[in-house]
Design a protein. Sequence first.
Length: 108
Amino acid sequence: MSATTLVRPALVDPSLAITVNVVVSLHGDLDRSVEDDVTGRIALAMHAADFIQVDAREVAFIDAAGIRTLLLSKQNALDHGVTSTMQFSRPGPVERLLQLLGLVTWFD
């Protein structure tokens, strides 16, 4: 991850509203090896976004660290007033683990 920081510009004209929507696409394994990178990138995008959609439909494997990444990202969005949603394959590995943990509806 680069050291680039996104900063929202100050709104010059109060009659002009700009909404920034970000899609974060995840694929492959969502585990400890990518946890910090994914969490950091989603947090970085959150500084510039009003809405974040996490697309996890292409995640092939997810473990506890991957769930932690998704939970931290969701909580970070809530803390910063950013609307966030998540898409995942039904049925699929993300859905199966979220069901086991009773978290499916928390990400809807």
